[in-house]
Ligand binder design. Structure first.
Ligand SMILES: C[S@@+](CC[C@H](N)C(=O)[O-])C[C@H]1O[C@@H](n2cnc3c(N)ncnc32)[C@H](O)[C@@H]1O
Length: 275
């Protein structure tokens, strides 16, 4: 791939998704474009780039697929287990006490990838707080990448995916085997609303929420973009609400309205006035 082609791709991906591809990431970009070229039945990355550049106004379907191809969708069930333990032991019991009068609770997962993260929360709720499912309970899960969203909506997982982080008891209880895959129980799957949301563009309307999962995505953005996203989250968190970030992410030095709170073995973030 020529330096000009690399610059074209990285400028487009940065503008569309704020994902920063530094010089030195040529190999990563090329290998992802190679996979896309094969899916598009094109002979080479050069042929793909020629087709991309030929799209009128630079906004055709292949451009969209390039952005999808540059996202890292790594995820697993109950990833970094501690946030889920804290939800079970502390946060959900506390929220259910406080919201008991209006029986309303909402969760947003802002980079849901193929669905393992929201479905882990749903299994935790079904196991330990089934009464919550009778409340006015909303769970919205979003991602920028249409391909992973489609997979999440289908709720189908490979053997390899269910081998990662999912207790065997949960596999038996919440999944059905369909051919070579495992399908997450429709009754729980349908309680999650999946929708497209690009964190760095205009957001569709979202409810006020009690818990936000935004894990392992801020890491790709520059500090201004992180600040903009955290500002929006600050305005949609209900009093006493909590934000979970990935282990390598923090609000510290980015948005002073949040305070780091250590609960049990995990860290979450709360608005200072409400902490
Ligand atoms: C590494 S995965 C993290 C998945 C999950 N949160 C976890 O921690 O296991 C990052 C996800 O962020 C999504 N993403 C990247 N840039 C985004 C953007 N600008 N807006 C929304 N989602 C984005 C990717 O499509 C990908 O699914």
């Amino acid at each position: 791939m020529s330096p000009a082609d690399f610059d074209y791709i990285r400028a487009y991906v940065r503008e569309q998704a704020a994902i920063v591809l530094e010089p030195g990431k040529e190999y990563l970009v090329e290998s992802r474009l190679f996979t896309l070229a094969r899916k598009e039945n094109l002979a080479s990355v050069d042929a793909l780039i020629a087709k991309i550049r030929a799209e009128i106004g630079g906004r055709g379907p292949l451009h969209r697929k390039v952005v999808d191809a540059m996202t890292t969708n790594e995820t697993s069930f109950f990833r970094d287990i501690h946030p889920f333990d804290t939800l079970r032991k502390e946060l959900l019991p506390d929220l259910m006490r406080r919201r008991g009068a209006d029986r309303k609770l909402a969760i947003w997962c802002g980079a849901a990838s193929t669905g393992q993260e929201p479905f882990s929360v749903m299994m935790l709720i079904a196991e330990h707080f089934p009464e919550l499912l009778k409340w006015d309970f909303k769970f919205v899960a979003t991602d920028l990448c249409t391909e992973v969203l489609a997979r999440a909506k289908a709720g189908r997982f490979t053997q390899l995916e269910v081998n990662r982080g999912l207790p065997a008891t949960h596999l038996v209880k919440y999944f059905t085997r369909v051919g070579n895959e495992w399908e997450f129980k429709a009754e729980l799957r349908n309680r999650v609303t999946f929708q497209e949301l690009n964190l760095v563009k205009e957001w569709p309307p979202l409810p006020m929420v009690d818990i936000v999962f935004l894990r392992n995505v801020l890491i790709y953005f520059d500090v201004e973009t992180k600040r903009m996203i955290l500002g929006k989250i600050g305005r949609m968190l209900r009093p006493g609400g909590s934000l979970f970030l990935g282990g390598a992410e923090t609000t510290i030095g980015v948005d002073d309205n949040f305070q780091r709170v250590v609960v049990d073995k995990t860290t979450c973030y709360r608005l200072k006035a409400a902490a």
